[in-house]
Design a protein around this ligand. Structure first.
Ligand code: 3PG
Ligand code: MG
Length: 390
């Protein structure tokens, strides 16, 4: 795979795909505690500035699926990036079309442009050749620095490098270097912790990890689907009904697999009603499972503290509501304290570590959530496969 050192960027229009998918608050601002994906892209942008390149940034925000959604415009991201870079970032109102082409034609060396959310055009997700061609002609070289999106077969990830000479940026390179070591030389006991909501997007990774790891811990709403598949009641908890049969095919009695034994339940997810600790299987009809319980926490902590290597993605409960955040916070603190090499990735997970001031205690904080899990589970990532061939 080529890298930045393989190109002469002077006076070249460089299309740089970045992952700036960060939370934007209601007041249209990116919080400085949540801008770590922007910070992670600075080394590549600064490198290109030093080399006198003309920089055109490509990014997405949220999942607008081909429609213009005002709250998903990239203006707040451009403003935060300006602060971080200490220079102006010119945000355009589209990512293709006549006006964009005119502006790009006049770009000067040392200027930074940010094109509008790529996902406002369905061609990005659908990997439409016409869309790709229109983007490709804006640049002369392509740099992919969007590790967090590398598992998506989208136009900017898999097709741009077919139209333009391309290479990996510094962030992508670093992620692959560190995560490759974890993949090829894991230390044992290797403990993987997967939380979050959807088991459908993680089932393949879970299957792969069940074979490779010494312990696999599942928490968060995705564990509800597993609990249900084991035949326990889960009341009104979030569940993916259509996944229950699929989950039953997993080796649910494998001793490596750890799922909650007790949970925190309540009839109100906003935390306005009383909550209680319930053994798994004792969730009442109107209740929801909203966090892992104290016994589960102890059990998970015991497993984690013996690990020589830990991989974590996804919260253990509805951590946005204080009342249901203890499980996730306890797990975060345990990982931070453990001597084993720790790798943590994913938006929610890393934001929580920032909030708890624990980032410095993690060996590698990945900008990828799904991308990181897939890479570490040994899956091929479309964006990377294409780049390797250039
Ligand atoms: C992420 O936030 O995980 C990446 O930016 C990818 O976003 P996506 O899951 O909407 O494709
Ligand atoms: Mg910050």
């Amino acid at each position: 795979m080529k890298n930045l050192r393989d190109f002469d960027f002077k006076n070249k229009r460089v299309l740089v795909r970045v992952d700036f998918n960060v939370p934007v608050g209601d007041e249209g601002r990116v919080d400085e505690k949540e801008d770590w994906r922007l910070e992670a892209a600075l080394p590549t942008i600064n490198y290109l500035l030093r080399k006198k390149a003309k920089i055109i940034l490509l990014a997405h925000l949220g999942r607008p699926h081909g429609k213009i959604v005002e709250s998903l415009r990239l203006d707040p991201i451009a403003r935060r990036l300006e602060e971080l870079l200490g220079q102006s970032v010119i945000k355009l109102d589209d990512c293709l079309g006549r006006q964009v082409e005119e502006r790009v034609k006049n770009i000067q060396a040392g200027e930074v442009l940010l094109l509008e959310n790529l996902r406002f055009h369905i061609g990005e997700e659908k990997n439409n050749p016409d869309f790709t061609k229109q983007i490709a002609r804006l640049g002369e070289v392509f740099v992919n620095d969007a590790f967090g999106v590398i598992h998506r077969p989208h136009a900017s990830m898999v097709s741009l490098p077919q139209y333009l000479p391309g290479c990996a940026g510094l962030l992508l390179e670093k992620e692959i270097r560190i995560l490759s070591k974890v993949l090829t030389k894991p230390k044992h006991p290797l403990v993987v912790i997967i939380g979050g909501v959807k088991i459908s997007t993680k089932i393949k990774v879970i299957k792969n990890f069940l074979e490779k790891t010494d312990d696999l811990i599942l928490g968060g709403a995705l564990a509800n689907t597993v609990i249900k598949a084991k035949g326990f009641t889960i009341g009104k908890s979030i569940v993916e009904e259509e996944m229950v049969d699929e989950v039953k095919k997993l080796e649910l009695t494998n001793i490596k697999l750890h799922i909650p034994v007790d949970v925190i339940t309540s009839i109100d997810a906003q935390g306005r009603a009383p909550s209680r600790i319930a053994p798994v299987g004792h969730t009442k009809e109107k209740e929801m499972i909203l966090d892992i319980g104290p016994d589960t926490c102890q059990l998970f902590k015991q497993v984690i503290s013996q690990a020589k290597m830990i991989i974590w993605n996804g919260p253990m409960g509805l951590f946005e509501v204080d009342k249901f955040a203890s499980g996730t916070k306890e797990i975060a603190r345990t990982i931070a304290q453990t001597k084993g090499f720790s790798v943590v990735g994913g938006g929610d997970t890393v934001n929580l570590l920032e909030e708890l001031n624990l980032i410095g205690k993690i060996d590698h904080v990945s900008t990828g959530g799904g991308a990181m899990l897939k890479f570490l589970a040994g899956e091929k990532l479309p964006g990377l496969e294409v780049l390797k061939k250039t």
